[in-house]
Ligand binder design. Structure first.
Ligand code: FES
Ligand code: FES
Length: 179
């Protein structure tokens, strides 16, 4: 070995990998403990380790909204947060929106129902993110008009152009109309 080359740290010749972390996530009311690398995004934790593949990976860069889920009732892009940052939060995915108490078997969340009734999806790829985002929009309580809905849903991209029906579905639930 060339004596002019020094190793750093001096007594360690191979780099050590960061340890695997134990992470407890509460998703759709159920706590699961995962052994994952600390850099695992919440999106990958849901899809790759918990088999909750309803949440979709589109851009993986916070630009399409396909990965939108709810954390403590607020919508976030799950590709932009690490799973280890979401311990002690209440995570809801598209799989957990319908009533989970067993008393309403087969009943969908009103927004899921409205999306079906308004035919608000085509390929359906963006749809879980659109629905979760719409739930977040309602929780925020800021949407009053159609223009508000369009503006507040603008972070969710639909490559099929189903926007008109998506807005109609959200408006139906917002106004509690019967469709
Ligand atoms: S996959 Fe997260 S915003 Fe596109
Ligand atoms: S329904 Fe296909 S991307 Fe939106």
């Amino acid at each position: 070995m060339n004596p002019a080359v020094e190793l750093y740290p001096p007594d360690q010749r191979t780099p050590s990998l960061p340890p695997i972390h134990s992470v407890k996530l509460r998703v759709n009311g159920k706590v699961t403990e995962l052994q994952i690398a600390p850099w695992t995004t919440l999106l990958d934790a849901l899809r790759e380790y918990m088999d909750l593949t309803g949440t979709k990976k589109g851009c993986d860069h916070g630009q399409c909204g396909a990965c939108t889920i709810l954390v403590n009732g607020k919508r976030i892009n799950s590709c932009l947060t690490l799973a280890i940052m979401q311990e002690d939060t209440e995570i809801t995915t598209i799989e957990g929106l319908a009533p989970q108490d067993g008393s309403s078997a087969g009943q969908l969340h009103p927004l899921q129902q409205a999306f079906i009734e308004r035919d608000a999806f085509q390929c359906g790829y963006c749809t879980p993110g659109q629905i979760c985002s719409a739930v977040g929009l309602m929780n925020e309580g800021k949407a009053r008009t159609t223009a508000d809905i369009r503006e507040l849903m603008s972070g969710n991209i639909c490559r099929c152009g189903a926007y008109t029906n998506i807005v109609d579905a959200i408006e139906d639930v917002l106004n509690q109309k019967t469709v």
